[in-house]
Write a protein that binds this ligand. Sequence first.
Ligand SMILES: N[C@@H](CCC(=O)N[C@@H](CS)C(=O)NCC(=O)O)C(=O)O
Length: 202
Amino acid sequence: MITVHHLKKSRSKRVIWLLEELAMPYTLINHQRDPITNLAPKSLQEIHPLAKAPIIVNDDITICESGAIMEYILNKNSSDQLRPTINSAAYYQYLEWSHFAEGSLALPIISTLLMQMETRDGTCPLDHYIAKEITVDFSYIEQTLAQQPYFAGESFTAADIMMTIMLEIAQSLKLLNDKTHIKNYLANVQKRKAYQLALSHG
Ligand SMILES: N[C@@H](CCC(=O)N[C@@H](CS)C(=O)NCC(=O)O)C(=O)O
């Protein structure tokens, strides 16, 4: 059975959501963030040197990094759910969006989140880069969701789980105000039962 090391309000929601979608059993271990720094506690460092959520442990395998964990779980699942057939056109959309969520989109979103927490005096060089990334990324996402219901095409996949968490943070930062298709997409995926179950773990 897979053990999921979880931090509330974190990317570990992705892993719980996927396991719930696949109806796979798991054990959840909750770790508490440091109340002052909001960083992960020592208990996570004892599991993996990177000390970030999510981490999963299954037999002799320990993995940190949500995208890698999603692939591990999909490989363990005997059905072909939530990942398009390898080498199909949808599979490459799935791969692009799964990687885009952490490889590209996380940087401008998490930077915006962190920059809002600090006291700033004027514009910094990073601001121009972040503003450009936000414009390019969200217009591409909006354009994609205007043409198809899910990131990999007609069917819900694990790429939607990877993308949703970043889009939710973007929404909380008011980056989606004029993005009707993205907002409709979020409202739609948030109705899923497995999403609601993952949400109930915080
Ligand atoms: N790219 C990693 C990011 C992991 C990450 O930054 N996790 C955050 C929570 S969303 C964390 O553990 N933060 C606490 C810390 O860094 O101390 C992934 O997708 O798993």
